[in-house]
Design a protein. Structure first.
Length: 160
């Protein structure tokens, strides 16, 4: 089993940096050997290529829906089946869902079997801002959840 966790976002725009910062946090936690980590930054097309051959992909990004800052959303699988069309996409507006749609088109049979998307509601997206405390707290909860989940899953695989 091969799990790839990708954090997307812009390190220069406050809470939009939550994905890459979470990946750096996970690097410190020493996850099992079957888990790969990737800082997807703002390179949506790069994210698609990184998914090639992974059994599972977990994607983390910030969102700005108007909800309570720090809210953690887990996107239901049925919504991931209705990805946006690839027409009219430009690199300046390439979101996580565009990366998945592009990867599905590009990778075909090498597209991951399982994809999970976590989004954290942003409080501040200004250039030069730090990660807000409420988003940092949600990020740390998600990092701990992912660490526990990966350790549990990979321990059961190694036991068999």
């Amino acid at each position: 089993m091969d799990t790839l966790i990708i954090g997307c976002g812009n390190l220069l725009r406050g809470d939009d940096a939550v994905g890459p910062i979470l990946i750096h946090r996970l690097w410190e936690l020493n996850l099992p050997s079957g888990v790969r980590l990737a800082d997807g930054g703002t390179g949506g097309m790069d994210v698609a290529f990184k998914m090639r051959g992974a059994d599972e992909v977990i994607l983390i990004d910030a969102c700005n829906t108007g909800g309570e800052p720090g809210t953690l959303y887990k996107i239901p699988a049925e919504l991931l089946e209705r990805l946006p069309p690839l027409t009219g996409i430009n690199l300046h507006a390439f979101r996580w869902d565009h990366a998945l749609a592009f990867a599905h088109w590009l990778l075909k049979d090498e597209y991951p079997n399982r994809i999970t998307v976590y989004l954290i509601e942003a409080e501040q997206l200004e250039f030069g801002a730090d990660l807000s405390e409420v988003v940092r707290a949600s990020m740390n909860r998600l990092a701990n959840h992912l660490q526990t989940d990966m350790e549990t899953r990979y321990a059961s695989i190694e036991a068999n």
